[in-house]
Design a protein around this ligand. Structure first.
Ligand code: PBG
Length: 325
């Protein structure tokens, strides 16, 4: 009989054998930014997550930095009446994300800023690209994504993160950035699946498609190798970091990507639906909130993720500091 229980007798022994750890540097915290002043509104579908105007965002970042977290991912949320067919508020020079990036870098140059590059929060129809005959047109969308990435980059973003799942989006952005002599990096949403887990986000960002769904551009989860082929293509196109999204239901892809592409920092995204599912399950008393998040985030690291984007980042570090998990 091999004896395993000796590895588990006390917290200290368990600690000694634990080889998967999550540090504040591993976490990327998403923010939803709205127009206006003095706004901090909780998002009804995501308890504990807020819409921030830029002024209060700066205050919140102070809290984030005090916890040792220095990476953020920015999403812009604009009023429906500002949106148009081509998503132009996404890439005009005074777009909401560029303004936020400039303000953040002014106050906190040490923050590493990732910006989401996708049109769905800015188009009147809510799709991630330009429409032609009620279908999303790949190639005519690429220059707009490149322009959006360029605007974020000149504002001072460290990484642009294309998430619209248009073919060639990484290459189009990479080319544009290098033509402009910018060395902003690209975090590619490489294996991004058409997932029901994005439900709460679409409320948060006002980005639900007004007709149809995203299955013709986001990946089909009934495939097993395509996610890795997409990732390899993004690397070939010039991605610096790669991503698998969502996280918890896709840890097989995370694991395989980490083995296949060890030289590329691998990010996984615990998306809005994963977050709200765990939050609401805990609120209903089905399980302990701190423990369920600790277990889930640890599984992502164990699968091979180097970084995790999570709405729970601040709570997690706070709990770790109070050693309540
Ligand atoms: C933009 C985008 C989405 C998410 C990240 N970037 C929404 C979508 O693809 O529908 C989802 C993030 C989350 O659910 O937390 N395309």
């Amino acid at each position: 009989m091999k004896r395993f229980r000796q590895y588990r007798t006390t917290p200290e022994t368990r600690d000694r054998y634990a080889d998967v750890h999550i540090h504040a540097e591993d976490l990327i915290y998403p923010y939803f930014i709205v127009e206006g002043d003095n706004i901090k509104h909780e998002i009804s579908s995501m308890k504990g997550v807020f819409h921030f105007s830029i002024d209060l965002l700066l205050t919140d970042i102070e809290d984030l930095l005090s916890l040792g977290i220095n990476k953020i991912l920015l999403f812009g949320v604009i009023n429906d009446n500002k949106k148009d067919e081509t998503g132009s508020p996404a890439y005009t020079p005074d777009n909401i994300i560029s303004r936020a990036v400039i303000a953040i870098k002014n106050h906190y140059p040490q923050v590493v800023i990732f910006t989401d590059v996708c049109l769905c929060e800015y188009t009147s129809h809510g799709h991630c690209g330009l429409l032609h005959n009620h279908d999303v047109d790949n190639d005519s969308t690429l220059p707009l994504l490149a322009e959006m990435a360029y605007q974020h980059a000149i504002a001072g973003a460290d990484f642009v993160a294309p998430s619209s799942m248009m073919d060639g989006q990484v290459e189009a952005i990479k080319r544009r950035l290098s033509e402009e002599n910018l060395n902003t990096k690209i975090l590619a949403y490489s294996a991004k699946y058409a997932s029901a887990f994005y439900g709460p986000f679409r409320d948060a960002a006002g980005s639900a498609p007004s007709f149809g769904d995203r299955k013709s551009y986001q990946m089909d989860f009934c495939t097993s190798n395509q996610g890795l082929e997409e990732t390899a293509a993004d690397i070939e196109e010039g991605a610096d970091w790669i991503m698998v999204k969502p996280a918890m239901a896709y840890l097989d892809i995370v694991q395989r990507a980490s083995v296949l592409f060890p030289d590329y920092p691998l990010v996984t995204y615990q998306v809005s639906g994963e977050y709200s599912m765990l939050k609401s399950g805990a609120a209903q008393g089905f399980f302990d909130e701190a423990r369920i998040f600790f277990e889930s985030l640890t599984a992502m690291k164990r699968a091979g993720a180097k970084y995790i984007i999570t709405y729970y980042a601040k709570d997690f570090i706070r709990q770790q500091q109070n050693s309540s998990i």
